[in-house]
Design a protein around this ligand. Structure first.
Ligand SMILES: *[C@@H]1O[C@H](CO)[C@@H](O)[C@H](O)[C@H]1NC(C)=O
Ligand SMILES: *[C@@H]1O[C@H](CO)[C@@H](O)[C@H](O)[C@H]1NC(C)=O
Ligand SMILES: *[C@@H]1O[C@H](CO)[C@@H](O)[C@H](O)[C@H]1NC(C)=O
Ligand SMILES: *[C@@H]1O[C@H](CO)[C@@H](O)[C@H](O)[C@H]1NC(C)=O
Ligand SMILES: *[C@@H]1O[C@H](CO)[C@@H](O)[C@H](O)[C@H]1NC(C)=O
Ligand SMILES: *[C@@H]1O[C@H](CO)[C@@H](O)[C@H](O)[C@H]1NC(C)=O
Length: 491
């Protein structure tokens, strides 16, 4: 009886499920009767015009043909139109105009796209002079200034913007993600600063490859909810201290900047300011970085993912780089790092004091460094190599470079063989061998003195006369005789 009820319930569920499937599938069966869909692929509320050699933007009338189709994602990327003109009232959420040679966007082109969340204008030919704030005008609203109310993500990367119009973003007050990468900004000038400062809700900012040599103060003052900042591949020579204003920063990418070192005692190369929420830091591909000093990463108390790889000159990371003096000032606190990447640097060792809890690591890669394999790095063989293997890494790639007789040995092999490594000083000498030589010399000297003395004694007593060595006549004493008194006349 109960079984039958259950079966019925299951069948009912299946029927409902099937019915739902039919209902959701229904809109695709509406064949859009539009010019655009003859040229592009229209499916599942998407319009795919990718790489169709389109040379003229669609007219407002052509766009209107899509009204009943209710397009959500429109991909017009990789085409060849120069001008963008006004689009009809549509439900588009993502509009992709990337890689189209766009130079000019007509006033209020996107005005009726009130559901548009993402606008991708990357890899075009927009210039500071031609890109007007009016291009992004929205509909009139009594309380806000003609906003594009839904727009959250704007991609202007890889255009030709030297600077931004101060009002460029005035119609997108809720913008959360902005990509300006690959524009030749060189400096963040006053007007650009005003433009960025008009985005209080900004969470993600990308400024990769913008030829920036500094981050101006107050730059990150207004966007105070900023969580992710990418300033990689710029010309920064030091860790920009201005990022301290981004108190909510979770992710920071500083890759490919010509930073020489981090040194808490050197004004020119300061370490990181306090960034309490930062969880992920990237400092990779820095050709000049050679040294990370004491406490220079200590401000990153929540850091979980530390990427410091492919820095060919990085040969020193201070054992207390991450350690910060605790509030009482008595002991040190370390962040709970989960992912540590130090591969392909110039490190001769990974110090065991760099982290407090190596067992908490979930991912670790310290491969491809010129490791010194002696008693000072024994812990790497005993513990770190095992940790690496346990966390899916490959300790075979942790290879000894020095001393010469250890060259080529892998830490995996040394670990498996339970090798105990000898102590070697930094010049590659073996102190224990030096010790033996020293001891030998000492014994030699100690023995030589009495032997020489006895030989001298025997010689003076004439024991060696038989082999032609006479004992000394009392000549030598003459050297010590006073000079005759008359010599004093010379004075
Ligand atoms: C509805 O679903 C049933 C069964 O899954 C299928 O046979 C039928 O063709 C579907 N109808 C439509 C209009 O897709
Ligand atoms: C683009 O727009 C500008 C200004 O409206 C106009 O002068 C130019 O002819 C247009 N170019 C094309 C290819 O339509
Ligand atoms: C737009 O298209 C380009 C190239 O086709 C693609 O790389 C990019 O991810 C797309 N942008 C969005 C927001 O989907
Ligand atoms: C765009 O709008 C601005 C302000 O309304 C106006 O000054 C400008 O002439 C307009 N540009 C074009 C090309 O219509
Ligand atoms: C790597 O470090 C060694 C000394 O440990 C140094 O001689 C060498 O120049 C460094 N390599 C680079 C690329 O800086
Ligand atoms: C580790 O690296 C070595 C050398 O490249 C390779 O031969 C070996 O297959 C790797 N092991 C694993 C588990 O990936």
């Amino acid at each position: 009886m109960g079984g039958r009820v259950l079966t019925c319930v299951i069948l009912a569920f299946l029927a409902v499920g099937a019915h739902c499937e039919n209902v959701t599938d229904a809109p695709t069966t509406v064949v859009p009767n539009s010019n655009i869909c003859k040229l592009c692929k229209c499916e599942n509320n998407n319009v795919n015009c990718f790489d169709q050699s389109i040379t003229t933007f669609f007219t407002k009338q052509e766009w209107e043909g899509l009204t009943d189709y209710k397009p959500k994602i429109v991909d017009l990327s990789e085409n060849r139109f120069v001008n963008v003109t006004v689009i009809a009232d549509l439900t588009i959420e993502v509009l992709n105009l990337s890689r189209c040679s766009i130079e000019f966007i007509e006033n209020a082109s996107f005005k009726d796209l009130q559901e548009m969340k993402v606008l991708d204008l990357s890899y075009n030919k927009l210039t500071t002079a031609k890109l007007s704030p009016h291009a992004f005008e929205g509909r009139f609203m009594p309380e806000e200034f003609e906003p594009l109310a839904s727009l959250r993500t704007l991609n202007l990367a890889y255009n030709d913007l030297h600077s931004l119009h101060p009002d460029l973003f005035e119609h997108m007050p809720e913008l959360e993600q902005l990509d300006l990468s690959g524009n030749p900004l060189t400096t963040i000038d006053h007007v650009t600063l005003i433009a960025i400062s008009s985005l209080p809700m900004l969470k993600v900012l990308r400024l990769r490859s913008c030829q920036l040599d500094e981050i101006p103060s107050k730059f990150l003052h207004t966007p105070r909810y900023l969580e992710r900042l990418d300033i990689s591949d710029n010309l920064l020579t030091k860790v920009p201290q201005e990022i301290e204003e981004a108190r909510d920063l979770v992710y920071l990418n500083l890759n490919q900047n010509p930073i020489l070192q981090l040194d808490a005692d050197d004004e020119d190369y300061p370490g990181f300011p306090r960034l309490r929420k930062l969880q992920e830091l990237h400092m990779c591909n820095m050709p000049k970085l050679r040294r990370i000093g004491e406490g220079t990463l200590a401000g990153l108390e929540s850091i979980q993912k530390l990427h410091m790889s492919f820095n060919p000159a990085l040969s020193y990371v201070h054992p207390k780089a991450l350690a910060r003096v605790d509030d009482i000032g008595e002991t040190y606190d370390w962040p709970m790092v989960k992912e540590l990447y130090l591969q392909s640097n110039n490190l001769t060792e990974v110090d065991s004091r760099l982290l407090s809890r190596w067992d908490l690591l979930e991912k670790v890669d310290v491969s491809d460094n010129p490791y010194l394999c002696d008693c000072s790095t024994q812990w790497m063989v005993d513990i770190l190599a095992a940790t690496v293997e346990k966390r899916g890494g490959n300790a075979t790639l942790m290879v000894c470079q020095e001393p010469i007789e250890m060259r080529g040995y892998t830490m995996k092999h040394l670990h498996d063989a339970h090798r105990t490594m000898r102590c070697v000083d930094k010049y590659g000498h073996r102190p224990e061998k030096d010790g033996a030589i020293l001891l030998g010399t000492l014994i030699g000297v100690l023995l030589a003195v009495p032997i020489m003395l006895s030989l001298m004694l025997m010689w003076r007593r004439g024991y060696f006369a038989c082999i032609g060595l006479r004992p000394p006549v009392d000549v030598s004493r003459a050297f010590y005789k006073r000079a005759p008194a008359d010599d004093n006349i010379m004075y």
